[in-house]
Design a binder for this molecule. Structure first.
Ligand SMILES: NC(=O)c1ccc[n+]([C@@H]2O[C@H](COP(=O)([O-])OP(=O)(O)OC[C@H]3O[C@@H](n4cnc5c(N)ncnc54)[C@H](OP(=O)(O)O)[C@@H]3O)[C@@H](O)[C@H]2O)c1
Length: 318
């Protein structure tokens, strides 16, 4: 029987309690692709899974966490993919309702596996799937971002914020980025304006036509009043720790002529993945990561995530 190493969760788990277990390499089945995982990024949502969501009934237990990965097709099963093909995979229930990527192999449904044509090293590719797909969808599908826009990125000191900043700057936008920590202003110096967010931005910014809110319901009402008339606000992150807004009154809380949208990364497509890699290639962008850990050191990677010590995407390399 072929064995592999993986992280298995069945209860609320602190970073320091993460271990690598031995388990069997999953057997392929029709419509599912076996991937030899080369690198994967850590995500805030996996932290939420470890800290609380693991108890939800829709979570398979034990579960191998990990909502994204990059690697090579080890066995395409009956799909159109080829053995050895370079792929990325993300979301669609990965690491929640079926096993995810914190493993040497992942068996994933074909619908969330996408071919990639890229010479980027695995460690750089590992920073792409969830973060760049979410940044791309928020900026283009939701905010209809154009070169002439002034984009506010609220809560920019996270992997998603750094990716959104890189993409929007490459596009040619004027970017205003915020952090709630003065010590982190230098990390968002790539923006045209780096601003401290004390919870109230309304009246302090000028000319904001698009806003990507990564803090979430905690700051949403203020973001809606911080943009110009005709502006669009995209609610994508929940870094503020508030997940839903009770008592939200759309008539009064959304200013006249301001538009509110939200992005959910659950529906990736090959077309969007191709667009992202074409953009990265065209603008010679190397996807940003904060720190790369070896798979053997996954515990340290997860502890670093819990301690918030890494600025940017944590990538694990196998
Ligand atoms: N809608 C979707 O489909 C989707 C997809 C992906 C991610 N997301 C969400 O997008 C957000 C960013 O995800 P990520 O994976 O890029 O996160 P991440 O890299 O893990 O970022 C975590 C960091 O955000 C920083 N942060 C900035 N402002 C903060 C604030 N006001 N409160 C708390 N922390 C703050 C924290 O550092 P400092 O406090 O030191 O600055 C923390 O270390 C998360 O809320 C995630 O759930 C949503």
């Amino acid at each position: 029987m072929n064995m592999m190493k993986a992280v298995l969760l069945d209860k609320i788990t602190d970073g320091k309690d993460i271990t690598l277990a031995e388990c069997t390499v999953p057997e392929v089945k029709p419509g599912w692709v076996l991937i030899k995982v080369k690198a994967f990024g850590l995500n805030h949502s996996e932290q939420i899974l470890r800290h609380s969501e693991i108890n939800a009934p829709y979570i398979q237990k034990p579960v191998i966490p990990g909502i994204e990965c990059t690697g090579e097709v080890a066995d395409p099963s009956d799909t159109d993919l080829k053995t050895g093909q370079k792929v990325i995979a993300l979301m669609g229930g990965m690491g929640r309702s079926f096993n995810g990527s914190y493993a040497e192999y992942a068996l994933l449904p074909r619908r969330i596996v996408f071919a990639v044509n890229s010479d980027l090293p695995w460690e750089a590719l590992g920073a792409v799937p969830e973060t760049y797909f979410t940044a791309w969808g928020s900026l283009f599908e939701c905010l209809h971002l154009k070169r002439e826009d002034t984009l506010l990125i609220r809560g920019a000191t996270c992997a998603l914020g750094y990716a959104a900043m890189q993409i929007s700057k490459a596009l040619g936008c004027r970017v205003i980025a915020t952090t709630h920590k003065e010590s982190k202003l230098t990390l968002i110096a790539e923006a045209d304006e780096a601003v401290i967010d004390d919870g109230r931005l309304t009246g302090k910014l000028h000319g904001v036509t698009k806003a990507l809110d990564l803090i979430g319901p905690r700051s949403l009402k203020d973001t809606l009043t911080a943009v110009e008339k005709g502006g669009i606000v995209c609610q994508t992150g929940i870094l503020g720790g508030v997940y839903a807004l009770n008592g939200f009154d759309p008539i009064k809380d959304i200013p006249n002529g301001v538009y509110l949208t939200g992005f959910f990364s659950n529906y990736p497509t090959q077309q969007i993945i191709d667009e992202i890699f074409a953009f990265l290639n065209e603008h010679h962008l190397v996807p940003k990561s904060g720190k790369v850990f070896d798979f053997e050191n996954i515990r340290e990677a997860v502890i670093a995530q819990d301690e918030g010590k890494v600025n940017g995407k944590i990538v694990v390399y196998i």
